[in-house]
Design a protein around this ligand. Structure first.
Ligand code: ZN
Length: 231
């Protein structure tokens, strides 16, 4: 079978997948090269210095506005390395399932390699565009993932949608000011966890907006104003 090639429409934001997988803990996801020029969405600060594996700008207390899950050693929750396990099923613009399980933040610093892999899997698959994903939105997802782990459920967050370019957002019927276009929102589900339970937990975390879409089997989480709705 011929291996499908990714198409990228914008050279500035082009991701160059590596062919080798050494050092990559993930299966099915392309590891991005060092020096990748992964840009922030217009108006957001640049968290990565293009061309170097160095964190440029300290992002102090990205998780400060997300509640720590109230279980176990919750007081330590945000000081532990922040890991996420994301799974993206194949779909329009994405020929194969992809997943990544990485630490994106540890010891008070962004881990650029892990962070960039998360940005890649949360890309706009239809347009083939990846951008720097919002850290608070990642922390909200990590709150959910940590809650699962603490309850003995080691399962990935299954991502329906992450970043969307304005064109893709329009194609998908997204609202005009959708936070997906700012890379600040994710639509997700978890195998074995009801949409209702997931959205209730999202509201408990109070990191931003929670959209409950029971008919579509996903929950929208964003880092915007704390609010909730049923879609
Ligand atoms: Zn959404």
């Amino acid at each position: 079978m011929q291996r499908p090639k990714a198409q990228y429409r914008d050279d500035r934001q082009r991701l160059k997948p590596e062919t080798g997988r050494e050092g990559c803990r993930c299966k099915g996801v392309k590891k991005v090269r060092d020096g990748l020029e992964l840009l922030p969405v217009a108006g957001e600060s640049n968290l990565l210095l293009p061309g170097r594996r160095r964190f440029l700008q300290q992002v102090a207390g990205a998780a400060a506005c997300v509640a720590a899950p109230a279980f176990g050693q919750s007081s330590d929750f945000w000081s532990l390395p922040r890991e996420l396990w994301l799974y993206r099923p194949a779909g329009k613009g994405q020929p194969r399932d992809e997943q990544v399980r990485v630490v994106y933040w540890a010891d008070g610093k962004l881990i650029p390699e892990g962070y960039m892999q998360l940005c890649y899997i949360l890309r706009d698959v239809q347009a083939g565009l990846a951008v720097q994903f919002d850290l608070v939105a990642l922390d909200i997802a990590r709150g959910v993932y940590g809650w699962l782990r603490a309850n003995g459920i080691d399962k990935p967050l299954i991502i329906n949608s992450g970043y969307r370019s304005p064109q893709t957002n329009a194609n998908e019927g997204g609202v005009r000011n959708s936070l997906h276009m700012r890379a600040q929102a994710l639509d997700l589900r978890i195998e074995g966890v009801s949409t209702d339970a997931l959205s209730r937990f999202g509201r408990y975390l109070a990191g931003g907006g929670v959209g409950y879409y029971p008919g579509k089997n996903f929950t929208h989480l964003d880092r915007g104003r704390v609010r909730h709705w049923v879609g």
